[in-house]
Design a protein around this ligand. Structure first.
Ligand code: NI
Length: 265
């Protein structure tokens, strides 16, 4: 799969479960603007063949190289950032993984059950929306999400873009995160308020905001049908560092709050 095809499939799957992203795109397009994405995010478990090492090898096949890494101790996560060295227009990729050994034994047992029999390796087809796991029961989902909202989300939504992120710097008619937020509120989008609507300060060189995830109907393995959080849209504005170049990395404190966009309401 080529990079262009990969992103076309990824976006198409994403808007199926995230209708708000499609309507936000329409809102931006109606202003005569193109939607350029700053980055796309994925989640995984630290299971051999599906972990960050495998993600790095897989993303290399479409031109990506890791350029930074992060940890989120209170969420039991680590993450890597990837970019295409010779194409600054390609969205960056933020890939996180859950460190299973840091969860309690009951949560680990549920993850083992959901991921049993995973003998192959993560593929690009998985990343564009193929559900690779065994669906949890409703009670397993609730118990897992009580320990880790991230794990509950991953067990149900699996591999697909967790979020796309609008590159606010690329907009002509909206010059800041504040102006983007004003537009979103005018159109009744719900925003992630964890730690305040705006994550980060100009000193961090990255200022972000995100919506609250949409909901989709999910059938659990015991036949219970319930709405669960799907995916959300993020907005990023980058500032220049002392060399004059726009900062390209991520800010753990911002990301830590943005993870909560998929928490159960
Ligand atoms: Ni993000």
């Amino acid at each position: 799969m080529q990079r262009t095809e990969f992103f076309a499939k990824l976006w198409s799957q994403y808007i199926q479960v995230t209708p708000q992203a499609h309507s936000i795109q329409a809102l931006i397009n109606a202003r005569g603007e193109d939607v350029i994405n700053d980055h796309v995010a994925f989640r995984t478990f630290d299971i051999e063949g599906f972990d960050l090492d495998r993600a790095s090898a897989l993303l290399a096949t479409i031109g990506y190289e890791a350029f930074d890494h992060y940890t989120f101790p209170d969420k039991h996560l680590r993450a890597k950032a990837y970019r295409v060295p010779d194409d600054s227009n390609a969205p960056k990729i933020f890939f996180s993984e859950l460190i299973r050994s840091e969860l309690d034994e009951d949560a680990q047992a549920i993850i083992r059950e959901v991921t049993r029999g995973l003998e192959r390796e993560l593929t690009l087809t998985d990343l564009t929306g193929r559900y690779a796991f065994h669906r949890p029961t409703f009670d397993q989902y609730q118990a897992l999400a009580d320990v880790s909202e991230y794990a509950g989300w991953l067990a149900t939504m699996g591999y697909q873009a967790n979020h796309f992120t609008l590159n606010v710097n690329a907009l002509q008619t909206l010059g800041s995160i504040e102006e983007v937020i004003e537009l979103l509120l005018e159109h009744q989008y719900q925003l992630n308020e964890v730690g305040g609507r705006i994550k980060g300060t100009p000193d961090d060189l990255l200022v972000q905001a995100s919506t609250i995830a949409d909901q989709i109907t999910f059938e659990f393995s015991d036949g219970i049908v319930s709405d669960i959080p799907s995916c959300f849209y993020e907005f990023a504005y980058r500032l220049a560092d002392s060399s004059g170049a726009l900062f390209q990395g991520f800010v753990p404190n911002n990301a830590n709050a943005i993870f909560e966009s998929t928490d159960r309401r």
